[in-house]
Design a binder for this molecule. Sequence first.
Ligand code: BGC
Length: 716
Amino acid sequence: MRKTMTLTLLAGAALFAGQAQGKDQADVRAARTEAQMTDDERFQLLHSVMTLPFPGAKPLPAGVKATVGYLPGIPRLGIPDFYESDGSLGIANSFNARPGDTATALPSGLALAAGFDPAMAQAAGALVGQEARARGFNVLLSGGVNLTRDPRNGRNFEYLGEDPLLAGTLSGAYMRGVQSQGVISTVKHFVLNAQETLRMTVDATIAMSALRESDLLGFQIAIEQGQPGAVMCSYNKLNGTHTCGDRGLLTGVLKTEWKYPGWVMSDWGAVGSQDFFMAGLDQQSGAQLDKQVWFDQPLKQAWQQGRVDKARLGDAVRRILRSSYAVGIDHWAPTPPVDYDAHAQIVEKAAAQGIVLLKNEGDLLPLRGIRSLVVIGGHADLGVLSGGGSSQVTPRGLSTPVAVGGRSKLSGWNNQIYMSSAPVSDLRKALPGVTVDFDSGYVPATAAAYAAHADVAIVFATQWQVEGADGSLTLPEGQDALIAAVAAANPHTIVVLETGNPVKMPWLGAVKGVVEAWYPGQSGGQAIADVLTGKVNPSGRLPMTFPVDDSQLPQAQIAGVGLGNRAEAMAPYNEGADVGYRWFARTNAKPLFPFGYGLSYSRFAYTQLSLVKGPVPRLRFTVTNTGERAGSDVPQAYLTAIGGKPELRLLGFEKVTLQPGESRSVTIEPDRRLLAFWQDGGWSMAGGDYGFAIAASATDLRLSAHTVLPSARFGH
Ligand code: BGC
């Protein structure tokens, strides 16, 4: 049934894709329309405003929807109004600006990434695209692909982990899904927006060659695979220049070298002057947030005074129009009503397959043969936690805000939203005949006393993250002490984590099981109960390394922590392209849990690796389910050495679902950029011996092979 829903959605996707126009046709039409425009009309497309009901905001003109980005269209030329909404995790409703507008709430980006499943990412994008369209939003600010360089970055939960291939592939699939519904997707935040602390002023520094091999490669893959209509530049500086005003980055790398045909929009409040336009920024977003609406009068003036390259204005406008035509926002046909029940099934499946089983000593899970269970903490009686900020969705069904940010309109941003799928009630339903009690965990000694009398104790531990602030690796609010107290009282203790990032686990040796559920979205309680009780065999894999503690990270602490609000900080990314698991390999550090890791209730074996000759060798091998249960595995292919020197790079992965005893042959064809270094303006492969492995995680290499490859040089 669920599978049918996903497939139906994808079939719908193809239908809309058919309405969009071919690349060349879109370019021709864009040129034709632009030629008919007055300069005032051209400038009109260069800045969007927020229509949110902020205190003191001007009343909205009749019929204009409240959202983060709006710019009026030009009816005489058939150019529609542009309505932009955040949409990485569902249609956001920041500050509840559209009261009552609830939408399907996806699990966090990390949960989606943990699925290692591009088909699911595409289905999720299509679902959100459909809900956008039903509300009249034709541009989605989705597709966040910033790599996790620091597991304390407060926005990691919106993104897709630490590896450029994984993040780029999934982001591309998500955006394909969005655009299949005739809605433009944006990829963001371009680039190296790797921390939230002082995000408007921080200067992220890195060697450009290393950036090409890491964060830029993630964007490049996402753009190639998703063809998003827009790219959103970021708040931070890159090597001294704000990215939204960085000519080398926007005009050089993105538009000239990668031949990106769409438009560049700024992040909200990221524009410093009208000169950003000359550098390659096409559109100023949420313009009230900047000191001036730079791309209105100041830019017009510069234009009239001949200080703007004549060709630039037409180029910016044509880019916006060509994405509109290529995706088809100018000719929306009526669509069937949204089937929210079908969407609920998809996000429940996404949440379940994103859950990562980290520890299962003595096979305590799945729960069976027990008579009593005590659930402790994490507001598990209310629902499941979600992350805050512009991606926050007001979910369908009840949701409970924990108003740590206060109760005014603006403080909504800082309130923790629990989505109504409550693990306690979902566990009760899944375990008929078992007594399921709940204790808030507020007093560890009380919780431990409850735990002592139950067959199994499950502690739900939460770590809330919000855009605009970074976090820490320590579970907040004394939860480590709570877990330790419960584990001391009950030898059958399991921890379920609802976190936006990895956390330290000082109690790991004392508990039998650990389950990482991330922020699992509107059906999260159900998904967690399904995994704990075995209805779903867990198959999630970590999209980021879980460190033992901060001492293993490239930076001792996040740059700028403790400095004043508008202070400037340097964030040197000296690890270069060795992000995440590559850093751990380079420093020989043993993580708490490695990238790519995750347990199953079944077991999988890999055999018969062969390298199939070609310009880049393909890796062919067999996966077998050697356990007793049907389940899915995610075998991963890595590059392990170049010319005898160790390297570690994910080359490919595949999600494989197998019955007990069943085998499948898998072939992975690596992207040759993943075998190369960026040198002197191009990709270079040194001639020599290349090592490869098939692995169950970045540290569990099971099969290996090597071959000699000739040197090679290629462009983008
Ligand atoms: C965020 C973007 C978001 C925009 C509009 C910014 O603060 O960084 O990701 O799309 O706001 O809400």
